[in-house]
Design a protein around this ligand. Structure first.
Ligand code: 13P
Length: 281
């Protein structure tokens, strides 16, 4: 059944677990995420990156919404990392109930102005807004931020940011990275604890691919209730596709589709267990 992301996050925040938000690009990705969530009786978020939206357009949003409607678990559909007011407006018109207004590349003042405007727009549509304070480095599709440009979330500024924008969920930067971590991930958990102490909105951690079990557990304990995962899903998809195409048997399209769905589902299942959201549907 289709759910609103904010409702899923509020339940997670009070229940001591986190909801996985998985980036999807096509039907196979959507099927894998929903199948894993159903197998675990877990709530889940189907998340669309602007690059995926550029390629998939309105049909991709409708696909996610239909899959969410038909799912046997609560499933929300979310627009990820959107720095474009037009893309957000378009997604809202198509019925998306949750968007990430990404003003992280702007100055603090401009991030406030952009995020506040997107909150006003989204709330008019009855939708919620996730916004980011600080900036996470790494690569996700066309979104590339150099390590030098990473900025951690300032806990005192987070209070101001939440109050000035009226956002519904805060994406924090505590050493998390999009894409591959170089070496062991170093999360600033003391900073996370301080942010949680000061703000009460649901906290979001991007770049969950590559985080170890102890990072995830600690982050949940310290208030994270949404994890974003993309890289590990894409890797599983591509590895399965490659081996289906280079196997001894001539590649068959239905076999290739089944192989990629199974591979992505395995990763999602693993993450849902780490996020402790199984049985919370
Ligand atoms: P990863 O690609 O590192 O898993 O990050 C995904 C993400 O944060 C989506 O917004």
């Amino acid at each position: 059944m289709r759910a609103r992301m904010l409702d899923l996050l509020s339940a997670a925040q009070h229940g001591g677990y986190a909801v996985g938000a998985f980036n999807v690009y096509n039907l196979e990705g959507v099927q894998a995420v929903i199948a894993a969530a159903e197998a675990e009786s877990s709530p889940v978020i189907l998340q669309i990156h602007p690059k995926a939206l550029l390629h998939g357009g309105a049909p991709l949003i409708v696909l996610c919404q239909t899959a969410a409607d038909e799912a046997r678990v609560p499933a929300a559909v979310h627009l990820d990392h959107s720095a474009s007011a037009e893309a957000i407006e378009r997604a809202l018109h198509l019925g998306i109930t949750s968007v990430m207004a990404d003003g992280a590349g702007l100055s603090y003042a401009d991030n406030v102005i952009f995020s506040r405007a997107m909150v006003a727009l989204a709330h008019k549509h009855g939708a919620s807004v996730e916004a980011e304070l600080g900036q996470i480095s790494g690569t996700e599709d066309d979104l590339v931020v150099a390590e030098n440009d990473a900025r951690l979330t300032d806990p005192a500024q987070a209070v101001e940011f939440v109050n000035e924008t009226g956002l519904d969920a805060l994406a924090v930067c505590i050493g998390n990275v999009h894409g591959q971590y170089r070496g062991e991930p170093q999360l600033d958990l003391a900073r996370l604890a301080e942010i949680r102490r000061r703000v009460s909105v649901p906290l979001v951690l991007h770049g969950a691919s590559g985080l170890k079990e102890q990072h995830i557990r600690e982050a949940i304990r310290l208030g994270v209730c949404k994890f974003n995962v993309n890289t590990e899903l894409r890797q599983a998809y591509l590895t399965a596709a490659r081996s289906a195409l280079t196997g001894a048997k001539p590649a068959d399209l239905s076999d290739l589709i089944a192989a990629v769905v199974a591979a992505v589902k395995t990763v999602v299942l693993d993450k849902l267990r780490l996020f402790a959201s199984g049985g919370k549907a």
